[in-house]
Design a protein around this ligand. Structure first.
Ligand code: 2AM
Ligand code: CA
Length: 265
């Protein structure tokens, strides 16, 4: 498989999709809710996913697709080549802020990450990695990640995970937030993983994400030497919802050992 060719073609599609999203900013969007009143979807999420599905099926009819809005395939295994698409990651930000959202697109073969693309539409920043061939921001190489301690770290995590919550071991995450140099919350898993990959934050913790939220980001972070697992320290399976924990090398083990290991996640 020529991954460079697919990567170049996919980036063109992503740019075109970004252009469509930018030109939607002056339109009034219809907003619906999905699993709960804060889980939003607009016609742009759906239109952009359909755009990708049409392009991918047109060029690669035997490839499979998993997409957030359900226009792809229903898969039980990751055999063959599977595209994982989040047409707008950070839909709430897209609706409320018209910034802090991204297109996330990944290609996996037999469950192994091959291509990860995340496009910060508003900043016109294209992040991409081909497994084993480096990771780039607008075609400039991103340097490899180095070790860091919790004390010197900025951790990206949502405030809802550190306040009293009977369903999770929030005290462990509160301790992590207290011990870290600082915390940040951006509301877009794809960009938060990009921020880990680029060293803008040192770790990212989320309690529940779907494969399309983290498929591309995981490839970028791992390509730069970071680690991506669930909160139990296990590999992600890219077929089911799971917690996600991405961090610099060294820091990943420190956080697992000192904070996450004793939790029931
Ligand atoms: P989305 O915007 O594509 O739905 C917000 O902290 C992050 O969590 C976003 O990346 C968001 O992706 C993701 N997320 C996953 N499931 C969600 C849900 N049920 N409600 C809101 N955000 C969700
Ligand atoms: Ca989405």
């Amino acid at each position: 498989m020529n991954w460079e060719t697919i990567d170049n073609q996919a980036k063109e599609w992503v740019k075109e999709a970004g252009e469509r999203i930018r030109s939607s900013f002056h339109k009034t969007l219809t907003i619906h809710t999905k699993s709960n009143p804060n889980d939003l979807v607009t016609e742009m999420d759906q239109e952009i996913e359909q755009f990708f599905v049409k392009k991918i099926k047109g060029s690669y009819p035997d490839h499979k697709i998993i997409g957030e809005e359900g226009f792809g395939d229903q898969l039980k295994t990751l055999e063959g080549i599977v595209w994982m698409i989040d047409p707008i990651d950070g839909t709430m930000n897209f609706v409320h802020q018209q910034r802090n959202f991204a297109i996330s697109l990944a290609v996996y073969e037999g469950g192994m990450g091959k291509i990860g693309i995340i496009y910060d539409v508003v900043h016109d920043e294209m992040y991409h990695a081909i497994s084993g061939k480096g990771a780039y921001i607008n075609n400039q190489p991103i340097p490899a990640l180095h070790e860091r301690t919790v004390k010197e770290s900025i951790i990206a995590l949502n405030a809802t995970w550190v306040i009293e919550n009977p369903r999770i071991d929030y005290q462990l995450l509160s301790s992590l937030a207290k011990d870290a140099r600082g915390t940040r919350s951006y509301g877009t898993a794809a960009l938060e993983l990009v921020y880990v990959a680029t060293g803008r934050v040192d770790a990212y913790v989320s309690m529940r994400l779907s494969p399309w939220d983290y498929a591309a980001g995981a490839i970028l972070v791992e390509e730069l030497g970071g680690l991506v697992t669930n909160l139990r320290g296990e590999k992600l399976d890219f077929l089911s919802k799971d917690s996600v924990f991405a961090a610099k090398p060294g820091l990943h083990q420190e956080i697992l050992d000192k904070y996450l290991k004793s939790g029931n996640w």
